[in-house]
Ligand binder design. Sequence first.
Ligand code: ADP
Ligand code: ZN
Length: 288
Amino acid sequence: MNIGAIEAGGTKFVCGIGNEKGAILERMTIPTTTPSETLKRVVEFFEGKNIERMGVGSFGPIDLDPQSMTYGSITRTPKPYWSHFNLIGELKKHFSIPVAFDTDVNAAALGESVWGAAKGLDSCLYITVGTGIGVGSLTEGKLVHGLTHPEMGHIMVRRHPEDTYTGHCPYHGDCLEGLASGPAIEARWGKKAVELVDKAQVWEMEAYYLAQAIANYILILSPKKVILGGGVMNQKQLFPLIREQVVNLLGGYVHHKQILEEIDSYIVPPGLGDNAGLVGALGLALKE
Ligand code: ADP
Ligand code: ZN
């Protein structure tokens, strides 16, 4: 069976054709411009490919309530032109097949649990640290939703004693995303994250924030695996720093060997690498 997969991002849309085994057979990347221009190219890619179902993991916030009049749309985003655009409605106009829809990070969490670093587990967290910070959660075999969907990238964190940067989240200022996303690192230090590799203080501060968030997520959700992806996590030196600080913050209270003895295999990079989002979208289509 040919399955369509879309990782819809604020910078680019990645489209793919895959199969039941999680393999991507063909893919194409389209820059995210206006909704009409972008969707025109997406539709052209899938036309004539004989796809029987489709899965879409999208940037957000998105409307995931099947009872809602605006189900399938991007709700309110600072990204020009995209607020209130009904992404799923538009796709359905062209393809009369089942189309599954969830956040990009929920899709990635699902993909990782079926084919990646959390394979075989009924619970994991997928955290992306990139232009923004987003978190997807699989709990007791289900992707977590509620009133809308969780927005765990925007939690409040304790400020690093030496950090004077005000934070850049347009909604909250110094929430986690405001202090620890790629653009926050760049604004605080005056250079792109990738140019700050040798500056230990940058990564110590970054780990300080991410570790607090992860410790909180562990306390609230008790995930069986914590997966960290996104552009900033290309800085592999962050992993040992984060693991150490998570263990310290939890203070031995969460009494499980994964945390007390096996933290190296508990907080890990994505098993699917950069494909987590696209393969996850494939997973959404199969789960539908
Ligand atoms: P997006 O979040 O837009 O999908 P990415 O996950 O690639 O895209 O995140 C982009 C952010 O990650 C940018 O702020 C960029 O500075 C940062 N970034 C990308 N590559 C690296 C790297 N190798 N090291 C550190 N930061 C990086
Ligand atoms: Zn915020």
